[in-house]
Write a protein that binds this ligand. Structure first.
Ligand code: ADP
Length: 204
């Protein structure tokens, strides 16, 4: 079983940019968001249960999850989010576990990228260490607006549903500052990488 570093941060904080830098160092990165997307793509393993629970209206013509339709249901009925999560979360957890165990000899440690790690007791228990990508909320909002075209109010609603910056920092073993230029990330990742290599050697 390899040493597992949980990588988290609020929406738009720069998790994907940081994960990419670990991957470039030969580290296995498991992205739970990407797993969730695959599970809800056309032919995804979660789609039969989601259609059975919410009806065929939540699938598009190809059979993938219609995210706008699902968002509308979840905003109108808070219990719908719980029902959706109770379908998705066990599938995401078992697929992440499968990937953590697969070929673990290739990577001295693994990065498990979980957007809501701080909010989730299960993932906090699963990881050996928590690395948080941190930036100001105003920076998150600017980045998400330019990446996705979502309205400011919609991003603020997403932020309000996530842990606060202070809560995330309180849970962090390591903090990666991403309020500056993208080029400032690599030296920070390099330092952590060296540290994680040492920790993973002690762990074996
Ligand atoms: P997350 O995975 O946490 O949602 P991303 O890594 O996708 O965040 O970053 C969000 C957006 O902001 C992306 O378009 C990314 O290219 C951009 N971005 C990330 N870090 C920086 C930075 N330091 N400076 C400028 N743009 C950044």
């Amino acid at each position: 079983m390899s040493y597992v570093v949980g990588l988290t941060g609020g929406i738009g904080s720069g998790k994907s940019a940081v994960a990419q830098l670990f991957a470039e160092r030969g580290i296995k990165v498991i992205d739970t968001d990407a797993i969730a997307h695959a599970l809800t793509a056309a032919g995804g393993a979660a789609m039969p249960a989601i259609r059975a629970e919410f009806g065929d209206g939540v699938a598009n013509a190809e059979g993938a999850l219609d995210r706008a339709a699902m968002r509308a249901i979840v905003f109108a009925d808070p219990s719908a989010r719980k029902r959706l999560e109770s379908i998705l979360h066990p599938l995401i957890r078992s697929e992440s576990e499968r990937r953590l165990l697969a070929d673990s000899a290739d990577s001295p440690y693994a990065i498990l990228m979980v957007p809501l790690l701080v909010e989730s007791g299960d993932y906090r228990k699963r990881v050996d260490r928590i690395a948080v990508v941190d930036c100001a909320e105003a920076t998150q909002i600017d980045r998400v607006m330019s990446r996705s075209g979502l309205a400011r109010s919609e991003i603020e609603r997403i932020l309000a549903a996530q842990a606060t910056r202070a809560e995330r920092l309180a849970a962090a073993d390591d903090v990666i500052d991403n309020d500056g230029e993208l080029t400032a990330l690599a030296p920070q990742v390099e330092r952590l990488h060296v540290h994680y290599l040492a920790l993973s050697r002690q762990f074996c």
